[in-house]
Design a protein around this ligand. Sequence first.
Ligand code: SAM
Length: 287
Amino acid sequence: MQPTSSPSQNQAPADLNSQLEALAARVNELLEKGDRPAAREACEAMFALNGAYNQAHMLMARVMMPGDNYAAILSRLHRHLKPVGYAEIGVATGASMALAEADTHCVGIDPCPRVTATIAARARLYPVTSDDFFARYKLFEELGAERLDLAFIDGLHLFEQALRDFINLEKYSHPGTVVMIHDCYPPTELSAARDRVMAYWAGDVWRMIPLLVKYRPDLNVGVIPSLPSGLGMVTGLDASSTVLEERFEEIVAEFMALEYHELETRRDELLPPLSNDWDTICERLPG
Ligand SMILES: C[S@@+](CC[C@H](N)C(=O)[O-])C[C@H]1O[C@@H](n2cnc3c(N)ncnc32)[C@H](O)[C@@H]1O
C-alpha cells in the first residue's frame, strides 16, 4: 500500500501512524520476497509521510544492505585472522568486543562504557576518549603484545574523530593489520547528519572513505554494505606514513565540503563497494 497523495497537514496522528505501520509491514513483505526496488519505493513513501521516522531509515538500510551484518563479519574476521592484538574504539555494551577469541589481547576504549556482554578475550577496558587514550598510553604496552592485527573504529560518529582514530592506530600497524571502520555506508541523509536526530545514526564517518582513497592511494579501501550502517575495510597499512597527520586540517576542510547528496549519484565511486560475501572479503585479507 502506498499513499497516493501528500498527507494533509490536518491528518490525525493516529491515521499517520497507521499508514506508516502499514508501509513498514509492506517493506518487510517485499524484502521477504526479494523485491528490493519496490521495498525502496515503499520506504520513500514513508519518508514522504514523515522524513524523520526512525523505522523508515532502518528499513531503507535493510533494502540497501543485504547479507551478513557487521557483527557476523567481525566474528569471521576474528576467527580467520586470529589476531594477537585487537583494539576497539567505542565499546558500549561490549557486544563487538565479545566477538574476539579467548587468546586475543584486547584493548577497548570508551569514555562511557556500559558493558553487559561476557568478554572472553584478554581484554582491558579504558574509560577515556580515544584521543586521551593515545595521548596517555602506548597501545602495545596496554595490549601486552607487540602486535596489532585487527582494529575496529566505532567511537564518536564524526569523520574528523574517525580520522584521528585511524591515524593513531596506523602508527601501531604492520603491513598485515586490518582496520574496520563502522558506519561508512549511511543509507539516508538524516542518518548521516553530524548531529544525531534519530536513534538510528551513522554520522558522517563515511567521508573517511573518499578521503583515504584520495590521500592514501597506497591503501586498499572498500566498504562492505553490511547492516546496520556499513563497514569500511582498510588493509595495506603503513606505520611510517605521515601524510594524514601533516595535512589533517586541509583534508578535514576539503571533506567537510563534500555534500551528502553526492552519495546519491556517486555512491559506488565515493564508497568503493566490497561485496558482502565472505570470499570477496577474504581476498582482501593478508595471506
Ligand atoms: C556505537 S557504540 C559502540 C558499539 C560497539 N562497538 C558494538 O558494536 O557493540 C559507540 C560508542 O562510542 C563511544 N564513544 C563516543 N565518543 C568516543 C570517543 N571520543 N572515544 C571512544 N569512544 C567514544 C560511546 O560512548 C559509545 O559507547
